[in-house]
Design a protein. Structure first.
Length: 656
């Protein structure tokens, strides 16, 4: 028994007494074929256009050969012809029997050869034929294409563009001219202050903003006016974006996140449109938090730098300023911005009423680094020999992003070694990879390897002898990245201020490798290029910025300030004379030369210990901090051998 095909319907039950024939079901299945009358209409239209295309006069007219037409003209049988393009229509003087239709015909049609017939007009004229000439007219289809279709395309494009652009935020092109901000509802923000390790001072200051976003009515009743904008300033990777998400999560409000570069397009006005769209959306769901990351992309100082201004960027900045001014007193919308270049921002952004508060985020200190490591290692199985406090002490200068990368690199190495837990060696190798670069076992010839060993031993021995130097962590002659060797020092405590003696000893350490080469090999190599650069930069800062020079005195000479290109003027006024500039160069040279002489004398005095260090490095390639006492033989080199060389005294002895 065959099964009937199923037709899907959505039946709507109506109230009242209606017969089943009155109810018209609505079909939701496949589209049915068109009714029969539509086929008839289509045939009629095709027939009509075919009739118009061929021409009314040619319907039912027999087509004859051109030779037959010429014979009829010579026999004086043609009465009248119509010349139109390459077609000839005419009339016989007497009806002619048509073989095709089987009836007498008075009219005929023929085609002129492509190459033409120059004698035709003369023959027609001699035979007394009436000649009618018609100019060729374009066909119906050509007229439609040339006259109607372009207007239809223009009107259709206009209507479709209006549909795409829409009105306000409802247009189809909101992805282009609308807001690019990533919106997170209050229920989606799961980041809290507990997820942000360190930054205790910043979190304490932001508690007031969280309270305002939670209960704005309390502040309005007291007549308090909360800041419209908060500018977070700090180095990359210190947690600005994470802190912004934590504020939204703590307050339980909508969170709009956008990068400053996402406002700017090649079309002028698009950035301003995106700013308007983003602020309009935030006002609809207020209380809300708007976070603009890397605001210096659009907030640079206007009307400065080379090549004039950027109209698109400046219009975007102007729109941000006007939108922040448009906040009402009791509107619970706060703008949070982040940058690591606050020196290039436009002053209009920094004034009260825009970004009222400036929050400076620093690199994490040792307790904060330990807390960050604990957070990022929660899901990482650690071996028993992993000492997170020790790792936190060795990662001075690491940002939160660097510490996250450290844990990830250690886990990747453990996977490569096919281990189930991450051990201390994985963290050590991961730190080397981040600080120095990937380890590369380059094939060095014995002479070059010996020079590198003495170079690094010179750095280490000077650091061991000088009293204010940071403790030695490790020496290695294994190439990492672009470095052929490295000497690492880790301070016992994080430093925030540097004394003159400490900086002088640091210059001596920089020059220790070069002095060791000169002492042992009686010449120097290009391996000290980076050491010389660091020593010269430090010496110039000591003299020009920190006033650590007796001859020049406590005067600041701003010679190497960082200029924000295209954000301010390139040229900086030189507020000291050429004589002072010459004196600065002389004092920098004297400081470097005296420090080099002091390092050379120290290494010359302790030549035996220098040789011992270099020999051990050649045999083992690496010396750790636990091995320094054994290698340097502390019975011969005790603390009394550590000397403090006075820079001014050496300067008087070495420089005339």
């Amino acid at each position: 028994m065959s099964k009937k095909p199923e037709v899907l319907y959505n039946l709507k039950r109506d109230s009242g007494d209606q017969t089943s024939s009155d109810k018209q079901p609505k079909q939701t299945g496949p589209i049915a074929s068109p009714p029969f009358y539509q086929h008839i209409l289509l045939v009629v239209l095709i027939s009509y256009f075919t009739y118009m295309l061929i021409g009314q006069d040619s319907v039912g007219v027999p087509m004859i050969a051109y030779s037959e037409f010429k014979t009829a003209v010579r026999d004086n049988q043609v009465a009248e012809v119509n010349l139109e393009g390459s077609h000839i229509t005419g009339k016989y003087r007497h009806a002619t029997y048509d073989k095709k239709s089987g009836s007498n015909s008075l009219q005929f049609m023929t085609n002129v050869p492509v190459f033409g017939d120059g004698d035709l007009l003369a023959e027609l004229d001699s035979s007394g034929v009436i000649i009618n000439v018609k100019n060729p007219t374009p066909s119906l289809w050509v007229s439609v294409i040339l006259n109607i279709i372009p207007w239809l395309l223009i009107i259709g494009f206009f209507l479709y563009s209006r549909r795409l652009l829409g009105n306000g935020l409802g247009g189809r092109l909101s992805g282009f001219a609308g807001s690019k901000a990533r919106k997170m509802l209050a229920s989606d923000c799961d980041t809290r202050f507990t997820d942000v390790a360190g930054l205790e001072k910043a979190k304490q200051e932001l508690q007031e903003i969280v309270h305002y976003l939670k209960s704005p009515d309390q502040f309005v009743q007291m007549g308090a006016k909360m800041p419209k904008g908060i500018l977070m300033m700090g180095p990359p990777g210190c947690g600005k974006t994470l802190l912004a998400r934590a504020i939204a999560g703590e307050a339980g409000v909508a969170f709009f996140s956008v990068n400053g570069s996402e406002f700017v397009e090649m079309f002028v006005g698009v950035g301003a449109s995106r700013v308007r769209s983003m602020f309009a959306e935030a006002r609809k769901v207020a209380p809300a938090l708007i976070f603009i990351d890397e605001i210096d992309a659009v907030g640079r100082a206007r009307g400065a730098g080379l090549g004039g201004g950027n109209d698109e960027r400046e219009q975007t900045l102007n729109q941000i300023l006007s939108e922040m001014d448009g906040f009402s007193r009791d509107e619970p919308v706060v703008v949070l911005a982040a940058t690591n270049r606050p020196d290039v921002l436009d002053p209009a952004l920094m004034r009260p009423g825009r970004f009222d508060r400036k929050l400076v985020l620093e690199l994490p200190q040792r307790p904060a680094r330990l807390a960050i490591l604990k957070i990022h290692s929660k899901r990482t199985p650690l071996a028993a020999n992993v000492n997170l406090p020790h790792i936190a002490a060795e990662t001075v200068g690491f940002s939160g992003a660097d510490l996250e990368n450290l844990v990830n690199e250690a886990a990747l190495r453990a996977v490569r070694k096919q281990r189930r837990v991450v051990n201390a060696e994985d963290f050590e190798k991961a730190r080397d990879r981040i600080v120095l670069g990937a380890e590369s076992r380059e094939l060095l010839n014995p002479e070059e390897k010996e020079r590198i060993a003495y170079h690094e031993a010179g750095h280490a021995l000077i650091a061991w002898l000088l009293p204010t130097a940071d403790p030695l962590k490790r020496i290695t002659i294994i190439p990492h990245g672009r470095a052929l060797g490295a000497t690492e020092q880790i301070p016992n405590e994080d430093r925030h201020n540097y004394t003159e003696n400490y900086l002088q000893d640091l210059i001596k350490i920089y020059l220790g490798g070069r002095c060791a080469e000169r002492l042992v090999f009686d010449n120097v190599s290009s391996g000290a290029a980076d050491d010389l650069k660091k020593a010269t930069e430090l010496a110039r800062k000591m003299i020009c910025q920190w006033g650590m020079n007796i001859a020049l005195g406590p005067i600041s000479f701003p010679t190497e300030e960082e200029h924000p290109f295209l954000g301010r003027d390139i040229a900086v006024a030189k507020n000291f004379s050429e004589h002072s500039s010459e004196a600065i160069d002389l004092e920098v040279r004297n400081l470097i030369k005296s420090s080099e002489e002091a390092s050379f004398n120290l290494l010359k005095k302790h030549r035996a210990q220098l040789t011992r260090l270099a020999t051990y490095l050649l045999a083992n390639e690496t010396i750790h901090e636990q091995e320094f006492s054994t290698v340097l033989d502390t019975e011969q080199l005790d603390a009394g051998d550590r000397v403090d060389i006075n820079y001014n005294q050496v300067l008087e002895e070495t420089v005339p």
